[in-house]
Design a protein around this ligand. Structure first.
Ligand code: ZN
Length: 229
């Protein structure tokens, strides 16, 4: 795959991702970006190598002789049947939404965590499909902007991560294409617009509702709350 991404997670995010300390919603977005970006995959590989070198030089700690048996016992005693059933049911209902070009991690989310297989309308140009990701800090969702569709001009009250999965969109600053990773912080005002040549689908994680900056903000009622789950 040719690396066409121009917007990447910063070094600190990759370090935290490598160490396994990055929060869930941000990790989902970073892993989606890695599918598209060989540059960040190479960086991550180097960070993982450094991490394992540090681990190998650390002093070993004592574990009980039967530690391995205890872990295996715990796995054996966990009833996974209901989880498997639920995943299979979700996979059947969500089949239509899976996209071959999407990262594996996103298709897995669609299979197991999509709340409804139907897109919900946010405005005449934007639809949303939300995920249940087992954390309560971020609403994680897919957003679909129709070709040439405009989203309302808005500010952010919290952090927003976005990864373009399909198509492209632009705002006042740049054009964002497949794989691009963006972070918006409070005070970043912008108005995303779908490109004219086709729909754009983005993965996003939002920690607080957006703030409309137009006098017609009251039309944005569906945008004004988020639902982390
Ligand atoms: Zn990258």
């Amino acid at each position: 795959m040719i690396n066409n991404t121009h917007h990447h997670p910063d070094e600190n995010m990759l370090i935290e991702f490598s160490a396994g300390t990055l929060e869930t919603a941000a990790s989902i977005c970073v892993s989606a970006h890695l599918h598209f970006c060989s540059r960040c995959r190479e960086k991550l590989l180097r960070l993982d190598q450094v991490g394992s070198q540090i681990m190998s030089q650390a002093n070993p700690i004592e574990v009980a002789d039967n530690a391995f048996d205890q872990v295996m016992e715990k796995i054996d005693s966990t009833d996974l049947s209901s989880t498997v059933e639920k995943s299979t049911a979700a996979a059947t209902t969500a089949k239509n939404t899976i996209d071959e070009g999407f990262p594996f991690s996103v298709n897995k989310l669609i299979n197991t965590s999509l709340i409804s297989k139907n897109w919900k309308r946010l405005s005449s140009s934007v639809d949303v499909a939300r995920f249940k990701t087992g954390q309560d800090n971020y609403e994680v969702a897919l957003h679909k902007i129709c070709a040439g569709g405009k989203t309302p001009k808005h500010d952010h009250r919290g952090t927003e991560y976005t990864v373009v999965l399909k198509g492209s969109f632009s705002d006042e600053n740049a054009v964002y294409r497949e794989g691009d990773f963006l972070i918006r912080e409070p005070g970043d005002v912008h108005q995303p617009m779908g490109s004219q040549n086709g729909e754009c689908i983005c993965l996003s994680a939002l920690s607080a509702p957006i703030v409309p900056t137009s006098p017609l903000g009251f039309l944005m009622k569906p945008w004004l709350r988020i639902n982390p789950m």
